[in-house]
Design a protein around this ligand. Structure first.
Ligand SMILES: Nc1nc2c(c(=O)[nH]1)N[C@H]1C(S)=C(S)[C@@H](COP(=O)(O)OP(=O)(O)OC[C@H]3O[C@@H](n4cnc5c(=O)[nH]c(N)nc54)[C@H](O)[C@@H]3O)O[C@H]1N2
Ligand SMILES: Nc1nc2c(c(=O)[nH]1)N[C@H]1C(S)=C(S)[C@@H](COP(=O)(O)OP(=O)(O)OC[C@H]3O[C@@H](n4cnc5c(=O)[nH]c(N)nc54)[C@H](O)[C@@H]3O)O[C@H]1N2
Ligand code: SF4
Ligand SMILES: [Mo]
Length: 671
C-alpha cells in the first residue's frame, strides 16, 4: 500500500474578525484533510464554526476556477479566458486611460475587508505605485469613533483584551461578542466567576445579553443620553475620580455645567427604566475597575462620534482610564504598521457614497478594481451603486466566489486562500501576530494577489506606468514590509523570525497609565477646541439622532450574523436558517394580522423586500431585525433598504465620514 505523504502547516485566519485565530492544517497527498486550533493566548486553540468549515469552503464546487470575462455586466454571459487575456484587457484599458487623460485618476480602487493579511495590502501598494489614482472609501468605517477618541485623548490606544478577565465590571455598549467575538466570552465568564458584574446595553436582547447581570434595553442611538445621566449621578454621589478630573482633564466644569440640569428628558430619550440606572450607579460606586467595550452598534448611527465621546467621558470621570484592568476597548489597536499598510499615496480619495450619489466626477471613473469586497450586498443603497457600476467601461473583481458584485464585473480574477498563499496577520483586537504558510497548491488557476499585481506591474513597466517593486517570491515581498515600528511592537524582523515566534502576550495591561494624553492640552478633554473648530459640539453633551417616522415607524437593525462574516460563509449551513428572515415583536405582528413564518413586505422610500417574518420577543416593538449579509437562496438584498446616512464625525480620520447603517427606518405589511 502506498504511504500517505503527510505534513502539518501553520495558518492564521485572515478574516475581519477580532480573533485572528492561529491553526494547523494536516495535508495528505496535497489535500487538506484536517484542521485544529493552535496555541494562542486569546483564542486558546479553538476556532469558531466558520473556521472549522474552511476545508469545505476551500474545495467548494462554486469556487472560481479560472478568469472569466463578460462584455455586458450582469448579463451572466461569462466566458472562460486565460490569465494572459485577462492581463491584456487590463493593460489595454490602463494604457488607453493614460493616453486619453494624461493621468490615471479615472482608475479607481475599492478595497473591502475580505482579507486583512499584510499580503493583501499589495493592491494598495500597487495602486499607489502608479502615481495619482482614485481611492474609493467604503461605508464601513469606524472613523467616527476614531475621531471622537482624538478629541478626547488625542490618539487611539487599547490595552490587551486579556485583562478583561480581571475587571470588576464589564459594560458592553452596542456589541454582541457572543456572536461576533466569541473568544471574548470565556474571559467575560472568568471575570464573572471572580465576582465581576456584566452589563449589556443594547436595543436587542442578544446572545451576549444572556450572559448579563444587568441588561439595559435602550432606544437606538441614545447611548450618549444614558452615559451623560450616569456621569451626572456618579458625580452627585461623589463616587468619581476627583483627582483624575482635577489633575488630568480639561474643560470638565464647562461640560458638567451643561449636564447638571438635564434629567427627565434624558431618561425619555434613552427609554431606560430609572431602576436600571439606579442599580448601575450603585454598582459603579462600589467598583474600582471597569471595562467599557464599545461596539459598532454605537458607531452606526448619525450621532455616533458624540455618543462615543459621552461614553468615554463617563469612563474618565469614573476613573477607568489609565488604570490596570480597566479602560475602553474598541476594535482598533493601531496594528497597521507594515510598510504597505502605511503608504501615503497621492491619491484622490472619494467616499463611495458621495461618488455614486453624484454620478459624476471629473475625470470620470473608467476602470474600477474591487478587491476583497462585496459592496453590492454590503454597501448602503446598492441599487445606485449597481447603476453606477454598469456604466464603468471595465470593472475587475478579484474573488473566490461569484458574488453579486462579481456578477456585475466584466472581469473576474480567481484568487488563492490562506491555504494557498503566504501571509502575515496581526490582530486588530488582541496584540499578537503570526505567520500563515501555504499548505497546498492554488485551487485550479487561482493566483495570489501578490502574483496578480506583480504580473501586471511587469507588463505596465513597459509603458513606464508603474514603479511597483518586483520581488521573486511572496516571502521576499513580505520581508520587504517589515520595519522598525513592526519590530518595536512585535520583536520580529522578517518572516523567518515569525517562523520561530509562538504567539505570546507581552501583556499591555493598561494604556494612558502616565496620563500623557496626546491632545492639544496634554490632558483628557471634556472640552475640545478642535471639535469646536470643526463645527461639532465641544463637549460630549448628548445630541439627539434620528427617529422613526409616521410612515416608517420601525428601526431596521441589520447586525452581524453569528454564522457568517459579513457576506462570507454563505455556503455554511450550520443552522436551520436557509433563507433571510425578519424578527418582529409578536404583538406588533399580530396587530397587523401577520403569522409567524408568513412572507411579508418590509419597505421604505428606497425599496421594498419580501421576507419571512419570525416572531421574536428579543426585539422591542419598534424594531425589526434582519441580519445583514448575502442570502443566495432568498434572492433578496437587505441593504436595498439601507440608505447612505453620514455619521457626525469621521472626515478628519479617513477623509470621509462613517455611515449610519442602523439609522434605517421601515414599515412592514402583508403582501
Ligand atoms: N460572526 C460574525 N463575527 C463578526 C462579523 C460577522 O459578520 N459575523 N463581522 C466582523 C466585523 S466586520 C465587525 S465590524 C464586528 C461587529 O461586531 P459588533 O459590534 O458586535 O456587531 P454588530 O452586529 O454591529 O452588533 C452591534 C450590536 O449593537 C446593537 N445596537 C444597534 N444600535 C445600537 C445603539 O444605538 N446603541 C447600543 N448600545 N447598541 C446598539 C445591535 O443591536 C447589536 O446587537 O464583528 C466582526 N465579527
Ligand atoms: N446593513 C449592514 N451592512 C453592513 C454592515 C452592517 O452592520 N449592516 N456592516 C458593515 C461592516 S462593519 C463591514 S466591515 C462591511 C463588510 O463588507 P466587505 O468588506 O465587502 O466584506 P465581506 O462581505 O466579507 O466581503 C468580502 C469579499 O471578499 C472576498 N474575499 C475573501 N478573501 C479574499 C482574498 O483573500 N482576496 C480577495 N480578493 N477577496 C477575498 C470574499 O469572498 C467576499 O466576497 O459590511 C458593512 N455592511
Ligand atoms: S472567523 Fe474569527 S473566530 Fe472564526 S476562525 Fe476566523 S478568526 Fe477565528
Ligand atoms: Mo466591520
Amino acid at each position: 500500500m502506498k504511504k500517505l505523504a503527510t505534513k502539518k502547516v501553520s495558518h492564521v485566519c485572515p478574516r475581519n474578525c477580532f480573533s485572528s485565530c492561529t491553526f494547523v492544517s494536516t495535508v495528505e497527498n496535497d489535500q487538506l484533510s484536517y484542521l485544529s486550533g493552535a496555541h494562542h493566548p486569546y483564542t486558546n486553540g479553538k476556532l469558531c464554526a466558520k473556521g472549522y468549515s474552511y476545508i469545505e469552503g476551500n474545495n467548494h464546487r462554486n469556487r472560481l476556477k479560472s478568469p472569466y470575462y463578460q462584455e455586458v455586466k450582469g448579463s451572466g454571459k461569462f466566458r472562460k479566458i486565460s490569465w494572459e487575456q485577462a492581463f491584456d484587457f487590463i493593460v489595454r484599458e490602463i494604457v488607453g486611460i493614460h493616453q486619453q487623460f494624461k493621468n490615471l485618476l479615472p482608475l479607481a480602487f475599492y478595497k473591502g475587508s475580505g482579507n486583512l493579511g499584510v499580503h493583501h495590502f499589495v493592491v494598495d501598494e500597487f495602486f499607489s505605485s502608479m502615481g495619482e489614482t482614485t481611492r474609493l472609501i467604503g461605508s464601513a468605517r469606524p472613523s467616527a469613533g476614531l475621531e471622537a477618541i482624538k478629541y478626547d485623548m488625542g490618539t487611539v490606544k487599547m490595552a490587551d483584551p486579556l485583562v478583561i478577565k480581571n475587571a470588576g465590571m464589564i459594560i458592553i455598549w452596542g456589541a454582541n461578542p457572543a456572536a461576533t467575538n466569541i473568544h471574548l466570552i470565556p474571559f467575560i465568564i472568568e471575570a464573572k466567576v471572580k465576582g465581576a458584574k456584566v452589563v449589556v446595553i443594547d436595543p436587542l436582547y442578544t446572545q451576549t445579553a444572556e450572559h448579563a447581570d444587568l441588561y439595559i434595553q435602550l432606544r437606538p442611538s441614545s447611548d450618549g443620553a444614558l452615559a451623560n445621566l450616569l456621569l451626572k449621578k456618579i458625580v452627585a454621589t461623589d463616587a468619581y475620580d476627583r483627582k483624575f478630573v482635577e489633575e488630568h482633564s480639561f474643560g470638565f466644569e464647562e461640560y458638567f455645567s451643561k449636564i447638571r440640569h438635564v434629567d427627565q428628558d434624558y431618561l425619555a430619550a434613552s427609554e431606560v427604566p430609572e431602576e436600571a440606572i439606579e442599580l448601575l450607579v450603585d454598582w459603579l460606586k462600589d467598583t474600582r475597575t471597569v471595562v467599557h467595550i464599545i461596539g459598532t452598534g454605537v458607531l452606526k448611527h448619525r450621532n455616533a462620534g458624540q455618543n462615543v465621546r459621552a461614553i468615554e467621558a463617563l469612563a474618565a470621570v469614573h476613573g477607568d482610564i489609565g488604570k490596570k484592568n480597566s479602560g475602553i476597548f474598541h476594535g482598533l489597536n493601531g496594528s497597521l504598521k507594515f510598510n504597505n499598510q502605511m503608504i501615503e499615496g497621492k491619491n484622490r480619495v472619494i467616499g463611495l457614497n458621495e461618488l455614486v450619489a453624484a454620478q459624476k466626477q471629473n475625470p470620470t471613473i473608467k476602470m474600477l478594481w474591487i478587491s476583497g469586497a462585496n459592496p453590492l450586498t454590503q454597501e448602503p443603497n446598492p441599487q445606485s451603486l449597481n447603476e453606477w457600476m454598469s456604466n464603468i467601461p471595465l470593472v475587475v473583481s478579484v474573488e473566490h466566489f461569484l458574488t453579486p458584485t462579481a456578477k456585475m464585473a466584466n472581469l473576474i480574477l480567481p484568487t488563492t486562500t490562506h491555504f494557498e498563499e503566504m501571509d502575515v496577520i496581526s490582530g486588530t483586537w488582541h496584540k499578537d501576530i503570526a505567520l500563515n504558510e501555504p499548505a497546498i497548491k492554488p485551487f485550479h488557476e487561482s493566483r495570489s494577489e501578490w502574483e496578480i499585481m506583480k504580473e501586471l506591474a511587469l507588463r505596465l513597466k513597459e509603458f513606464g506606468l508603474c514603479s511597483f517593486p518586483v520581488h521573486s517570491s511572496e516571502e521576499e515581498y513580505l520581508n520587504a514590509q517589515f520595519n522598525d515600528a513592526v519590530y518595536k511592537q512585535y520583536y520580529v524582523k522578517n518572516v523567518g523570525d515569525l517562523r520561530k515566534h509562538r504567539p505570546s502576550s507581552n501583556l499591555v495591561d493598561s494604556v494612558w497609565g502616565k496620563r500623557d494624553f496626546a491632545t492639544e492640552t496634554g490632558r483628557y478633554q471634556f472640552y475640545s477646541h478642535k471639535a469646536k473648530e470643526k463645527g461639532l459640539p465641544p463637549t460630549p453633551l448628548f445630541v439627539e439622532g434620528f427617529s422613526p417616522t409616521h410612515e416608517h415607524p420601525f428601526w431596521l437593525l441589520t447586525p452581524h450574523h453569528p454564522y457568517a462574516l459579513n457576506s462570507q460563509f454563505h455556503y455554511l449551513r450550520l443552522t436551520d436558517e436557509k433563507e433571510a428572515f425578519a424578527e418582529i415583536h409578536p404583538q406588533v405582528a399580530r396587530a397587523r394580522g401577520i403569522f409567524d413564518g408568513e412572507v411579508v413586505k418590509v419597505f421604505n422610500e428606497q425599496a421594498s423586500i419580501e421576507i419571512k417574518a419570525v416572531y421574536s420577543s428579543r426585539v422591542p416593538k419598534d424594531i425589526v431585525m434582519i441580519y445583514q449579509g448575502w442570502y443566495p437562496k432568498s434572492q433578496l438584498n437587505v441593504n436595498d433598504l439601507v440608505s447612505s446616512v453620514e455619521t457626525d464625525m469621521g472626515e478628519n480620520i479617513s477623509g470621509v465620514k462613517g455611515t449610519a447603517f442602523y439609522d434605517t427606518f421601515v414599515n412592514i405589511g402583508k403582501l
